[in-house]
Design a protein around this ligand. Structure first.
Ligand code: ADP
Ligand code: MG
Length: 302
């Protein structure tokens, strides 16, 4: 082979364009889309084999990227938000809990309530899935890129009390006031002090109309005066919470004891009554926020 032919071949190799597949790889890497990059070969094989239309292929590629991004967000949120477990709406057995309306829960998981800074309250007896649904809302919010934080009422109050003693209360209130979604779990399980109740009231006042809170309680609102040790404060707290709020009443059986129906009704006959945790008149179960008279003209806009 002459030198000139060798040089020509070398040049041709140098300028040979990368295959389209390589270009797409490069583009996905440039765009920092490792999920899509990883599924590219499989998606293209499906498209080449005729089992996926071009639109299917694009959708699958984007879905792979979104799924990877959401998992990464979830891992980060599990570290920073103190969520105690991964519970999702997909693991929730609606057939076991007919008092829970699937449409209401699915619609809440679309997270419009966070945009509208509305609250969600889940009252109901122990073991019926209140924490499960509260956590699954927080996980959906975290996967959508929002800041979330989880605490039981007792934990949150302890952290506020500690901050108060150390002279950092306003900083702590700011930190807990900031997340787009705060879960306050287990209201009513443990007694709280009057100072604790006042600190929690301050936190809720701070979040009022500013960011959403999801609360679970094994007690009806009529018992909150007792929990917080002050009827007037409890009434003011409830007033703030239910102004723009979704109530998800769960009546029914403990999920973990689902195979022991007789034992359940023997242990908690009151929870088997339809009347237990019946919503009060102003907090009837609804998939829409409950507007109260304090709603302003601005908020009335869709
Ligand atoms: P609560 O907060 O009402 O006391 P949890 O949400 O902690 O109850 O539920 C207790 C356990 O049962 C959890 O592990 C939860 O995931 C599970 N669980 C409760 N209800 C359901 C359900 N309907 N489908 C699937 N798992 C459920
Ligand atoms: Mg719970």
């Amino acid at each position: 082979m002459t030198t000139s032919i060798k040089a020509a071949i070398k040049d041709a190799i140098k300028i040979a364009p990368p295959s389209r597949r390589d270009r797409i790889r490069q583009q996905l890497a440039d765009l920092k889309m490792p999920g899509a990059l990883e599924s590219l070969d499989q998606v293209l094989a499906a498209a080449d084999g005729g089992s996926a239309t071009p639109a299917d292929a694009i959708e699958q590629l984007l879905a792979a990227q979104i799924s990877l991004r959401n998992n990464r967000r979830l891992v980060a949120a599990m570290r920073s938000s103190r969520l105690p477990a991964v519970k999702t709406i997909a693991d929730f057995d609606f057939s076991f809990q007919p008092s829970v309306k699937r449409e209401q829960i699915e619609s809440l998981h679309e997270l419009g309530f966070i945009e509208r800074r509305e609250n969600v309250i889940l009252p109901g007896p122990p073991g019926v899935g209140k924490s499960h649904l509260a956590i699954s809302l927080a996980i959906a919010a975290a996967q959508s890129g929002r800041r979330v934080y989880y605490g039981t009422l007792a934990d949150l109050i302890t952290s506020l009390e500690e901050a108060s003693l150390a002279g950092h209360l306003s900083h702590r209130l700011k930190t807990l006031g900031f997340p787009s979604l705060l879960v306050v779990d287990e209201i009513g399980y443990l007694p709280i002090t009057r100072t604790g109740a006042m600190l929690f009231f301050q936190l809720m006042s701070r979040r009022y109309e500013h960011a959403s809170t999801v609360l679970t309680s094994n007690k009806g609102f009529e018992e909150w005066g007792e929990i917080f040790g002050d009827d007037v404060m409890a009434a003011a707290l409830i007033d703030r919470l239910v102004h723009q709020c979704h109530i998800v009443n769960i009546r029914g059986n403990r999920y973990r004891m689902r195979n022991h129906a007789e034992l359940q009704s023997a242990l908690h006959p009151e929870f088997h009554s339809e009347l237990h945790h019946e919503p009060s008149r102003r907090t009837a179960q609804t998939s829409h926020a409950i507007p109260t008279q304090r709603k302003t003209a601005k908020e009335r806009r869709p």
